[in-house]
Design a binder for this molecule. Structure first.
Ligand code: HEM
Length: 210
């Protein structure tokens, strides 16, 4: 089965991704979560702006429009006062469906880890993350079912189009891009206070955006 092959051929990069994201540490802080949100959001906004223009993804993933992570992330960033300069649409040609599937694999797979991270953050950070976990909990109790549906769509796509190698290469490239995005320097946030969506950012919070 292709899904198994894809997991095996990207396992080294998944391990690298797990190693750079510090959210499973026992001493994780709300600031670690902010740093993660800022970097992950920039990466996802950029990836999804290309994915939205992929020509045929919907044919294989009919629920594609319910899968976008950008709105969930922007909500969480807003809740925690993380200002993110919206990543510019990379422009250029839209990704082919095979490349788009490789990219989607990385984004969809991350919802599985999201559940594990969420449980840990609830235990360690408690109510500091209340209202700011839409992204980690993207599909909630439907996570397993949505992942299965994604994998079925992927399998049907490669069975029909035969672009296995392109999907693997695109998935590996996407992991590399994430690792590059995560290597950005940390930002300093002026306060660990949870800002409500109605409150205005302080001047220093606004200027801490990148
Ligand atoms: C501390 C951070 C992370 C943890 C603890 C974590 C944990 C997990 C877990 C538990 C699974 C399910 C494995 C299984 O069911 O066999 C998973 C799958 C996956 N994760 Fe992560 N993950 C993390 C970060 C990431 C990141 C940052 C990305 C993307 C850039 C990512 C992409 C994926 C993918 C694509 C899969 C699917 C693997 C497959 O095909 O079975 N993960 N992760």
């Amino acid at each position: 089965m292709f899904r198994r092959q894809l997991a095996e051929r990207t396992a080294d990069l998944h391990r690298a991704a797990e190693a750079v994201v510090p959210l499973m540490r026992s001493g994780v802080t709300i600031d670690d979560y902010r740093q993660y949100l800022r970097r992950w959001t920039r990466f996802v906004v950029r990836a999804e702006s290309g994915l939205q223009r992929a020509p045929g993804l919907r044919r294989w993933l009919p629920d594609l429009d319910e899968r976008w992570k950008t709105p969930r992330l922007l909500h969480d960033c807003e809740r925690l006062g993380v200002a993110v300069r919206a990543g510019a649409d990379p422009g250029g040609d839209p990704p082919t469906d095979a490349v788009a599937f490789g990219q989607m694999y990385v984004l969809e797979g991350s919802t599985l880890g999201g559940q594990v991270i969420l449980r840990h953050l609830r235990r360690t950070l408690g109510d500091a993350i209340d209202g700011a976990t839409r992204s980690l909990d993207a599909y909630g109790r439907h996570t397993g079912r949505r992942w299965q549906a994604f994998q079925d769509g992927l399998e049907a796509f490669v069975d029909t189009c035969g672009d296995h190698e392109i999907v693997v290469t695109a998935a590996r490239d996407t992991f590399h891009e994430f690792l590059r995005a995560y290597a950005q320097p940390r930002r300093t946030y002026p306060s660990a206070r949870v800002r409500t969506s109605t409150a205005r950012p302080t001047k220093s919070e606004t200027s801490s955006s990148t």
